[in-house]
Ligand binder design. Structure first.
Ligand code: CXF
Ligand code: ZN
Length: 379
């Protein structure tokens, strides 16, 4: 047994911003109290990995670092006080914490754990800030989003882990760690898209198309996709898109004008899935007076403030945002897994590519080039 000892294994290390990852031998410490050491079975690449991979060192970025935050794994060993899972169980690490004990975790109204935070500014474990990873020279390797899945073994806090039943294929499960859960959660839970409603989705990556899939399953009558990449429309039809707007071919008209004309005055639900303040404004303008709801899912990394006409709020429009689509990881993600098993949710269509761990840099190229939705990386 490996329990209680450091494990030597392979990891894909990012040594400098924007450089290809390098597969190296590392050492992974045993889990401390309230921690779980996980053998990663497969992982997938999310755009947030790329955002931080590109980022020059600063408060949110430091190297060497192990990226990756969508994955499926098996518990190898657990630290003291961990009773939720035991060796051999299937788990999903999740960047969004769910401690189960704080005021927020106990409330159905919040998914923002007040004991832990989404540790984008931290480089180690959520409880003590230290790393469980070292390279062969003894240099500390930083964690990412409390997950770090681009390694054969990782250690996560029990608050960042969801237990899964063994029925779900591990590659499909991995998608539920972040992007797809974000889109489906936003559509079903945060917005609550209903039958017959009109939906406009800004940005047709995996998150945007998961919003579309969620809206399609809820019976939305019009699902308009907005993207600069014309190839996204054909792709999006599979996910329920009924219409497409390419901002570069709108001519004199703004995107919101075009959408208002298509929807008799504005969409019932608008979703921003890119992370650009100007696009959030345009999404809000595209929403209907009276009840139009705009949902912000994109992570705005430029520090730009959001500009809205307050009078439009007086006229009944609203704006909301959420991490991971407003889902509470430990309770809601297993429900999505069940829906997949019951064939009420299609996850296959999001997997556009698969590579082996040694070819992980290909996954980066594909996502950067707008070629992939989700690339599964097999360990
Ligand atoms: C994001 C959410 C907000 C902080 C950075 C990462 N999550 C996942 O992609
Ligand atoms: Zn993500």
């Amino acid at each position: 047994t490996t329990a209680g000892k450091a494990i030597r294994c392979k990891a894909a290390i990012c040594r400098n911003a924007g450089e290809p990852l390098i597969i190296e031998e590392i050492e992974v410490d045993p889990p401390k109290a309230w921690e779980v050491r996980i053998k990663i079975l497969c992982t997938s690449l999310c755009h947030s990995d790329i955002t931080f991979w590109k980022m020059k060192p600063g408060p949110l970025s430091d190297f060497p670092r192990i990226f990756g935050h969508e994955a499926t794994g098996v518990v190898e060993s657990v630290g003291d006080h961990v009773e939720e899972v035991k060796e051999g169980e299937l788990v999903l690490p999740v960047f969004a914490p769910d401690c189960g004990e704080c005021r927020d975790c106990r409330s159905t109204k919040s998914n923002i754990c007040s004991k832990f935070s989404v540790s984008s500014g931290q480089f180690g474990m959520p409880r003590d800030g230290t790393s469980r990873f070292r390279d062969m020279k003894g240099e500390v390797l930083h964690h990412f989003l409390s997950v770090s899945s681009f390694t054969e073994y990782t250690v996560v806090d029990v608050a960042h882990m969801v237990k899964l039943s063994h029925g779900i294929p591990v590659d499909k499960a991995s998608l539920l760690s972040c992007g797809i859960s974000t889109g489906i959660g936003a559509s079903w839970k945060l917005a609550g898209v209903e039958e017959g409603s009109t939906v406009a989705i800004f940005g047709l990556g995996a998150v945007g198309l998961a919003v579309a899939e969620g809206a399609r399953l809820r019976g939305a009558s019009k699902i308009i996709g907005v993207d600069l990449n014309p190839e996204k429309f054909e792709l999006g039809i599979k996910f329920g898109l009924t219409d497409f707007v390419n901002p570069s071919t709108c001519g004199e008209k703004s995107v919101s004008q075009v959408i208002k004309e298509m929807t008799e005055g504005g969409a019932d639900y608008c979703f921003e899935c890119v992370g650009l303040a100007s696009l959030m404004t345009e999404a809000f303008r595209s929403s209907r007076e009276g009840w139009g709801k705009t949902v912000i899912l994109g992570v705005e990394m430029h520090g730009s403030p959001l500009s809205l006409n307050p009078y439009e709020l007086l006229r009944g429009k609203s704006v909301a945002g959420a991490l991971i689509g407003g889902l509470k990881p430990k309770s809601d993600i297993p429900l999505l897994a069940e829906k997949y098993i019951d064939k009420e949710l299609n996850l296959e269509q999001f997997i556009t590519h698969e590579v082996s761990f040694k070819d992980i840099n290909k996954a980066f190229e594909l996502l950067l080039g707008g070629k992939s939705l989700r690339c599964v990386i097999w360990m």
